[in-house]
Design a binder for this molecule. Structure first.
Ligand code: ADP
Ligand code: MG
Length: 439
């Protein structure tokens, strides 16, 4: 075991070998075992050489080996047979654009991509599927891709995507109303696949973590799929219950990394083309060098498209936009942050994953209303705008602006972690000094 471990990088070992065991060793066969079929395929494709070498080093002989997958047997009947359905049932909103086809794969994220595809094809086999990595690197995209794939290919399965914030809020409401039994029924008994995004916000929330722990167990016991995302590894979730951390480590854990420059280049190029703007390599390079994640690349390209609708792309304009979006050009005048509407809407668009034009339009979806409300609050509190100016930016009357500001202020006050995080991200993008505006 130790000899094998020394041949494999720590990262890979932690990720793929946590269930690895030496089952038996005889003169003519060595038997290893791993947690499931997918892990077996993955490691046998990539580490055959290391297995052969290790056996030779340890035993001095060339003994053939075999890897068994344990835990889930294909033939084992599911305890809950999926309900019979004809059409896909939409239990939550999915982003239709976030598909496996629109996801650019490279060495930095292929484990995440491979894992997500495997989950979409064989839900329930690998539990939990835990995807982690920094902001803007495609976690939410992959979760939605799983949902879109399942809706397309297994329309009889019930899939739900929710943010951890929604899980928490729904649970709190249920507790208040004495309807926790219904809450559990809805989540545990009606779903084949449950996906919960950004679970890091549940740090230090003991009660919610307990509910998550039991939910996890329920899905695992019933071989229904549970998928979770976080911006860090389970062990880095410092204020998580140890029992929950160890449950999270028990399935398939996969990291999405930041792309290398070349891949960023390809991603930028693909986005530009998709937006009908075949940009030259020099412009693409400029965009890529100013971006530290994929979300920023998308933000810059959205903005270029927003500014150049129907017009030819003006090159000098591109440099200006890149500087604006990456925040370099925002002036700081006598300690006041002067931020123009376009710059601000673009920053909002990046963080809330909508387009600036959508924020500007009248369309009301929950996501857009939330974006606008936080935008109004931010403009009031950190950009020193008057209610009238904000009303003009967002096309709302005075009382709606006041209402939005109050509402967001209240959710910050009661400790809504997601809103706080979004505000901090806005401050970062707009380069607003935090000591002046700590929330
Ligand atoms: P995260 O949830 O990790 O913060 P998102 O999934 O929200 O990141 O990704 C941010 C934006 O970047 C989204 O618009 C998403 O479509 C895009 N994106 C991220 N990674 C990729 C990728 N590999 N290929 C295509 N688009 C990507
Ligand atoms: Mg996300």
């Amino acid at each position: 075991m130790e000899t094998l471990k020394s041949k494999i990088s720590r990262k890979i070992w932690d990720m793929w070998f946590s269930t690895f065991k030496v089952e038996s060793v005889t003169d003519d066969l060595v038997v290893f075992s791993v947690g499931n079929l997918f892990i077996k395929d993955w490691i046998s494709q990539r580490y055959a050489k290391q297995f052969v070498e290790t056996i030779k080093e340890v035993s001095g002989k060339d003994i053939p080996y075999q890897i068994k997958d344990e835990v889930v047997q294909e033939s084992e009947p599911r305890q809950n047979v999926p309900l019979v359905r004809k059409r896909p049932v939409l239990l939550s909103e999915f982003n239709k654009e976030y598909t496996f086809e629109s996801f650019v794969v490279g060495p930095f994220n292929e484990e995440g991509y491979d894992g997500a595809i495997e989950i979409a094809k064989n839900p329930g086999k690998m539990n939990p599927f835990f995807l982690y990595g920094g902001v803007g690197l495609g976690k939410t995209h992959l979760l939605n891709a799983i949902a879109n794939y399942v809706l397309e290919n297994s329309p009889d399965l019930h899939v739900m995507y929710m943010t951890a914030e929604k899980f928490m809020n729904d649970l709190i409401v249920a507790i208040k109303n004495g309807t926790t039994i219904e809450f559990r029924k809805n989540i545990r008994e009606k779903l084949d696949i449950l996906m919960i995004d950004d679970i890091q916000i549940l740090e230090a929330k003991e009660g919610i973590q307990s509910e998550l722990f039991h939910t996890l167990n329920h899905f695992i016991d019933n071989q229904r799929q549970i998928v979770l995302c976080s911006d860090r590894t389970p062990t880095q979730l410092s204020k998580f219950q140890p029992r929950l951390v160890s449950r999270l480590q028990m399935g398939l854990m996969v990291k999405v990394d930041n792309p290398d420059l070349q891949t960023k280049f390809e991603i930028a190029k693909a986005f530009a083309l998709k937006n009908g703007m075949p940009l030259d390599d020099e412009s693409i390079r400029e965009i890529v060098e100013a971006s530290d994640n994929i979300r920023t690349i998308k933000g810059i390209i959205n903005k270029i498209a927003f500014k150049n609708t129907k017009k030819a792309v003006d090159k000098s304009n591109i440099s200006k936009i890149v500087r604006e979006v990456s925040g370099v050009e925002i002036r700081n005048f006598q300690g006041k942050n002067i931020v123009e509407k376009e710059i601000f809407f673009n920053a909002l668009a990046m963080i809330f994953d909508v387009s600036p034009a959508e924020i500007d339009a009248k369309l009301r979806t929950a996501k857009l209303s939330n974006t606008r409300q936080i935008g109004m609050f931010f403009a009031r509190k950190y950009l020193g705008k008057t209610f009238a100016e904000i009303g003009e930016w967002f096309g709302r009357d005075h009382s709606s602006v006041v209402y939005a500001c109050k509402k967001v202020e209240e959710s910050v006050r009661i400790g809504n972690g997601m809103v706080k995080k979004q505000i901090i991200q806005l401050q970062e993008i707009l380069k607003i000094r935090k000591e002046e505006s700590a929330i």
